[in-house]
Ligand binder design. Structure first.
Ligand SMILES: NCc1[nH]cc(CCC(=O)O)c1CC(=O)O
Ligand SMILES: [Mg+2]
Length: 327
């Protein structure tokens, strides 16, 4: 037993150099995945009101963002679309359009900075008029009919140049179905980052207004997980790995770090956490009020993700944090 005064834990905290030496967790720009929102609007950038400091950007701006990511050492960008409401319908048909917004953004980013990995969300919610991630019939989100569309959306995204498919829809069986379709089409190197343990969370609120799907009919509790559950997360992750996911994600982030730790310990696969829009908004709102030091809290939260076992973090803070880390 380490007893006082032979052991004084303050010794290893006493100077910056010794704190540097004993630090257990290191955050680098390579740990960050930059989440961006693209839009077809005529304006190159439009501020997102509920997420101060973030914007919806045009395809041309997305190409610039890819170069910025490369220059900052951010390995990958995850892209989310704000779709013209007139293009939305019950089954999210626009998601399959080979010339759609996401496809054009992917091509522009890969042209601008081929070194940066591009991650596409696989889900129908930006494209459906009811705001759900799947096809709706009589108030029910159909699982298998949705999976068929997700396969088509995935193939269209891969053909546009996307490196990583990130299904965020929480339909059962979609990872296996997408993986089989990729193999059959000869896309053997496409990565899948599964939103394996995604919870039905109030923290997604600002995102839904950012992508223009705020008028969601009802809620997503019949497909996204109950925030009260943790064993179930391990079952979700086990199935997705079995079905062919290369990497898995837990979402939201900070309130779910116990899930990140369990997943990482149980499976030892590359595990990511998504610091979602509501987490970002809370930090920014408190910082703007002068109630917290926003930069400090940002860096603290990102470090905590890594300490919990996450291999990386999807975050709207990525470029700001990478700039600070690069100084
Ligand atoms: N497929 C939907 C999707 N993909 C990413 C987010 C949330 C991102 C965020 O809040 O930052 C959501 C929201 C939802 O499930 O309603
Ligand atoms: Mg699942």
């Amino acid at each position: 037993m380490a007893l006082f005064p032979n052991t004084r834990l303050r010794r290893t905290r006493s100077q910056p150099w010794i704190r540097d030496l004993v630090r257990e967790t290191h955050l680098t720009p390579h740990d960050l995945i930059w989440t961006i929102v693209v839009s077809d609007s005529a304006d190159p950038i439009e501020p997102v009101e509920a997420m101060p400091g973030t914007v919806r950007m045009s395809v041309a701006e997305a190409a610039k963002a890819a170069k910025r990511a490369r220059d900052l050492g951010i390995p990958a960008i995850a892209v989310f679309p704000h779709i013209d409401p007139s293009l939305k319908d019950n089954s999210g048909t626009e998601a399959l359009n080979p010339d759609g917004l996401v496809m054009r953004a992917v091509k522009a980013m890969k042209d601008a900075a081929p070194e940066v990995g591009i991650i596409c969300d696989v889900a129908l919610d930006p494209f459906t008029d009811h705001g759900h991630d799947g096809v709706m019939e009589g108030g029910v989100i159909l699982n298998d009919a949705t999976v068929d569309l997700l396969i088509a959306q995935s193939l269209a995204q891969v053909e546009a140049g996307c490196d990583v498919l990130a299904p965020s829809d929480m339909m059962d069986g979609r990872i296996g179905a997408i993986r089989n379709a990729l193999e059959e089409a000869g896309h053997t190197d496409t990565l899948i980052l599964s939103y394996a343990a995604k919870y039905a969370s109030g923290f997604y609120g600002p995102y839904r207004s950012a992508i223009g799907s705020a008028a969601l009919q009802g809620d997503k509790k019949t497909y996204q997980m109950d925030p009260a559950n943790t064993d179930e997360a391990l079952r979700e992750v086990a199935m997705d790995i079995e079905e062919g996911a290369d990497m898995v994600m837990v979402k939201p982030g900070l309130p779910y770090l116990d899930i990140v730790t369990r997943v990482k310990e149980a499976f030892g696969v590359p595990t990511y956490a998504f610091q979602v829009s509501g987490e970002y908004a809370m930090i920014m709102a408190a910082a703007q009020n002068g109630w917290i030091d926003g930069e400090r809290v940002m860096m603290e939260t990102l470090t905590c993700f890594k300490r919990s076992g996450a291999d990386g973090i999807l975050t709207y803070f990525a470029p700001t944090a990478a700039e600070i880390l690069g100084e």
